[in-house]
Design a protein. Structure first.
Lengths: 374, 372
């Protein structure tokens, strides 16, 4: 077995590395190449620079494609650029806008991993005769004694990207490799310096790649100009207490920038967005207590583990940045599931993912469609 | 990489060693062909000798040959000249024609990729036309176009006729006068000469389309210091191409047959324009369901260089407009690979391609089966 778990000499093992042009995937590719693997770098062109507002600071833009190519050229392995603009637009950007219009808070990175990267690009890797595909994600993949691949949170929990990879299917996981899963970012940067990669000091991308300035609504308005419709802000007690410029400006759990002055609630308690109603174009606000939920309904689930009939005790994340909380997962039909939280939680938004763990192991998850207090 | 093989002559051909040698010699001295001094006169001689070599290739008088930077310039020069007149171009022209000026009207082609002459005649009957542009050999399919008939129709209706002969030069005989061509464009690097050189050959209509104005070179038809060394290489390549034309046709014809016999027995492969008259060096085929982009990469990883239709610098892969014009499905148009051979191709290259292709083809078939 070689270090990628394939029973071949590294030189006879073809591995496609998805290179974003950032430091992580550059290191993954250069290291595997250094270890003697038959590395093929691939970078996706996901959007036209003239078309979107994106600047070169984030992944998959013009400068990043150049950087990825440069790393490949300097290390001496082949590199290709695939134009996935139309796939990305259909599978990710349109969905992102539609999700906001439905009053949700989308996570386009999951959609991108789920479709463009692990469906379309994985197929290309297969078509190129690759034995596996590697990425620079911070997530760990292990193989059981029975040969089944598992996903685990990255060794460095601060960098862990497992939340964004919950939709990885078992079949995809069997083909995928994450060489940086056991690493810290510092180690990656040191390796990048040792290898002399031009991406060694490149800043991390923080934002959604096609919204680098963080202005989501600008993108949504550009794609769906009809999305910004003024409506009412309504208190949970039924009072209309103000107006808004479009539900796309609001996220469940949001407190700042609602645009309601004092005097609405008892003791001037802060107001939060409790729900967003696309049908009536209303934003419902209330005190923090009104956000409390202990049941989450999810659909479009992906499981890397069988969910028994009587349920499974799990640790749950319903946002990318949070500590997992204990819950019980109950499977349902047609890719649906219900999650009972041990303790009520706040700010659970449709469109986000509910990702289930057992300690560090990723069991899978689903898309939140609604939540309730029971 | 060892064992690299090149089957993309329609994109650019390897330089003929004789051309390289001539270019090297021509570059040894400072040759401004417009200069009066000895160095300049040497340069002039080189250019005029090459002009005769190019003229011979297209059976035109040497006086009618204007050197330029290549066929993109040549096509632009001609089409821009007619930009205020109605211009009809075949739907399968190269982008250097299709994008040269706005508002071109397209002449449809048959499913075999041949310009539809009936449709052309109907178009001509509707409105006065200034220029018709039909290529001699299509760069993607290799299909030979009925240029003589199209030119006759043009003249019958008072229009002039342009022919992009880039892929015809050195592949099939060209006789400008016999074909009735008023403007013919050529490129050096498709026949084993250097890149960045081409020619516009004028018929006898008396019009000299001119794009670049300045120093009066090429009898003021194309300003800019002559690319003496490049022109010298172009001339040599043209002379060899003409001399070897018949042997070249025999050889590439045999390679084409060998290749297509092998491809024909592979299930689901479609060879485009196979029943039309074609240049012997080109085979365009599709494997519906596959992505040409991926196939190209898979072949490249094995050291085999082919193309998906016409190469373009942006790296964007669009479905082949040629196949779309021929009525091919999207699946056919996005899965098409072009094999084009030339002066340095031999049977081993085709065998190596087939060996590599067989593996890739099998992988695609296995996947299709697994999905079914």
């Amino acid at each position: 077995m070689n270090s990628l778990g394939i029973n071949k000499d590294p030189k006879d093992t073809r591995v496609v590395v998805a290179m974003s042009g950032g430091v992580d995937s550059s290191v993954a590719a250069a290291l595997l190449h250094e270890q003697g693997y038959d590395v093929v770098g691939v970078t996706l062109q996901l959007y036209d620079m003239g078309d979107q507002t994106a600047k070169s600071k984030t992944c998959c833009a013009g400068q990043d494609i150049y950087d990825a190519k440069k790393v490949a050229d300097e290390r001496g392995f082949p590199h290709y650029v695939l134009n996935y603009e139309s796939n990305f637009r259909e599978s990710v950007i349109d969905d992102f806008a539609d999700s906001y219009i439905r009053g949700e808070t989308p996570i386009p990175c999951v959609k991108c991993n789920q479709t463009v990267k692990f469906r379309d690009l994985l197929e290309v890797a297969y078509d190129l005769g690759a034995h596996c595909m590697a990425t620079g994600h911070y997530i760990k993949r292990t193989v059981n004694d029975d040969g089944k691949a598992q996903l685990h949170r990255a060794h460095d929990h601060g960098k862990d990207q497992s939340y964004f990879l919950f939709a990885t299917t078992q079949q995809q996981l069997d083909f995928l490799r994450f060489p940086l899963g056991g690493w810290s970012k510092d180690k990656t940067r040191l390796e990048a310096q040792r290898l002399g990669l031009i991406t060694a000091d490149k800043p991390d991308s923080q934002d959604i790649c096609f919204v680098p300035d963080g202005n989501y609504t600008k993108i949504v308005k550009k794609i769906r100009p009809e999305a910004e419709k003024p409506g009412e802000i309504v208190h949970i007690d039924g009072r209309i207490i103000g107006g808004h410029e479009g539900i796309i400006h609001y996220t469940i759990g949001q407190r700042r920038g609602i645009g309601i002055g004092g005097g609405v609630s008892k003791n001037n308690e802060p107001l939060y967005v409790v729900s967003i109603e696309p049908a009536t174009n209303r934003v419902i606000v209330g005190p923090k207590a009104a956000l409390a939920r202990n049941i989450i309904h999810v659909q479009g689930c992906n499981w890397l583990e069988n969910v028994p009939k009587d349920g499974l005790s799990i640790d749950l994340k319903f946002r990318s940045v949070m500590k997992p909380v204990p819950a019980r997962l109950m499977g349902g039909a047609n890719g649906a599931a219900k999650i009972h939280l041990d303790e009520a939680q706040y700010g659970i938004s449709p469109g986000q993912a509910a990702v289930c763990y057992h300690n560090d192991r990723v069991l899978g998850g689903g898309w939140i469609i609604r939540s309730e207090a029971a | 990489m060892e064992n690299r093989i090149y089957l993309d002559y329609n994109a650019t051909a390897p330089n003929r060693p004789e051309a390289v040698k001539t270019i090297q010699e021509a570059m040894r001295a400072p040759h401004n062909a417009s200069s009066v001094h000895n160095f300049g006169r040497e340069g002039r001689q080189i250019v005029e000798h090459a002009r005769e070599q190019i003229a011979a290739l297209v059976r035109a008088p040497a006086t009618q040959i204007i050197f330029n930077s290549g066929a993109t310039e040549g096509n632009n020069t001609v089409l821009q000249h007619f930009k205020n007149e109605r211009t009809l171009v075949s739907a399968i022209e190269h982008q250097a024609v299709l994008e040269a000026v706005p508002n071109l009207e397209q002449i449809p082609v048959t499913p075999e990729g041949i310009v539809n002459l009936d449709a052309l005649e109907k178009l001509l009957e509707t409105e006065k036309t200034g220029l018709i542009s039909v290529m001699r050999v299509n760069n993607e399919t290799g299909v030979i176009q009925p240029v003589q008939e199209a030119a006759a129709l043009a003249h019958k209706h008072g229009a002039l006729f342009h022919c992009d002969a880039v892929q015809a030069a050195g592949r099939i005989p060209i006789n400008m006068a016999e074909l009735g061509i008023d403007f013919l464009t050529l490129s050096s690097h498709k026949i084993g000469g250097p890149q960045g050189v081409g020619a516009l050959a004028l018929g006898l209509c008396g019009i000299t389309p001119t794009l670049l104005h300045g120093g009066g070179q090429e009898k003021s038809a194309r300003a800019g210091t002559e690319n003496v060394a490049g022109i010298a290489g172009f001339g040599v390549a043209a002379e060899i191409a003409l001399k070897e034309l018949s042997a070249y046709q025999d050889k590439t014809g045999a390679l084409q047959k060998h290749l297509e016999d092998a491809l024909s027995i592979m299930e689901d492969i479609i060879i485009h324009g196979q029943n039309a008259p074609r240049a012997a060096n080109t085979t365009l085929f599709s494997l519906p369901g596959a992505s040409a982009e991926t196939l190209l990469m898979a072949l490249d990883l094995e050291g085999v260089a082919v193309s998906n239709g016409s190469a373009c610098s942006s790296g964007k892969v669009e479905p082949s407009h040629v196949l779309k014009a021929m009525g091919a499905s999207d699946e056919e148009a996005t899965s098409a690979l072009r094999i084009s051979t030339g002066w340095n191709t031999d049977e081993n290259d085709i065998d190596r391609f087939l060996e590599v292709w067989q593996n890739i083809y099998q992988r695609m078939k296995d996947k299709a089966k697994a999905h079914a």
